[in-house]
Write a protein that binds this ligand. Structure first.
Ligand SMILES: Nc1nc2c(ncn2[C@@H]2O[C@H](COP(=O)(O)OP(=O)(O)OP(=O)(O)O)[C@@H](O)[C@H]2O)c(=O)[nH]1
Length: 212
């Protein structure tokens, strides 16, 4: 089987119920938007492969339930994430206020190297806006995060935000990725030699998960 990606990263989406996490993920992975709101139960995930700097990066994106009652379950996923997407809804002041809680939880449970971005979603709802772009941008600066306003509805900035976080994760784990790629090259060279010697084909499944 031909290899389909070089490295796998896990990204996690966090934010209040109804801010649009599921819609953003569907927009990014399936280019679709469904206006109905069916609350996520626990966690769900989707995959997508991006090519960055010639490296095929497969991202496994975990969509968590924003509802309080699932917090015990969702917190178990923090530790294994390399990237976090904090989402609020620009038409909901309370979802913006609650970011403090989400970021605090991540500081407590996620690994030190974790990369994150802040997203104000529903930018198409300008008339109902309760949080200014400047407020979002300032909070992101305070947390040391990059900031995007997105719309899952119109697709504005969706791909840019997910791709940027993946780039940040790749940069943060560059050394580990280089080691993985080096180890893979050695493995492939040895394997090719073995194949030549044995004169018979064997499938090579070369998926690597960054264990950083
Ligand atoms: N106008 C507008 N509506 C959006 C946008 N994104 C999501 N919505 C709507 O917001 C509602 C909630 O979206 P979801 O994606 O289900 O929200 P969620 O954050 O996953 O919610 P939980 O699963 O409960 O945590 C739905 O009715 C969506 O149609 C957007 O960019 N613009």
């Amino acid at each position: 089987m031909a290899k389909q990606y070089d490295v796998l990263f896990r990204l996690l989406m966090l934010g209040d119920s109804g801010v649009g996490k599921t819609c953003m993920l569907r927009r990014f992975t399936e280019s679709e938007f469904d206006p109905s709101h069916i609350s996520t139960i626990g966690v769900d995930f989707k995959m997508k492969t991006l090519e960055l700097d010639g490296i095929r990066v497969r991202v496994q994106i975990w969509d968590t339930a924003g509802q309080e009652r699932y917090q015990t379950i969702t917190k178990q996923y923090y530790r294994r994430a390399q990237g976090i997407i904090f989402v609020y809804d620009i038409t909901s002041e309370s979802s913006f206020q609650h970011l403090m809680k989400w970021v605090g939880d991540v500081d407590e449970f996620a690994p030190d190297k974790v990369q994150s971005v802040l997203i104000g979603n529903k930018s198409d709802e300008e008339l109902s806006r309760q949080v200014t772009k400047d407020q979002g941008s300032k909070l992101a600066e305070t947390y040391g995060m990059e900031f995007f306003e997105t719309s899952a509805s119109t697709s504005s900035n969706i791909s840019e935000a997910f791709t940027r976080l993946t780039e940040l994760v790749l940069q943060a784990h560059h050394r580990d990725v280089d080691n993985l790629l080096g180890a893979l090259d050695d493995y492939l060279d040895n394997h090719a030699l073995e194949e030549e010697n044995e004169s018979e084909g064997t499938d090579v499944n070369t998926h690597r998960t960054c264990a950083c």
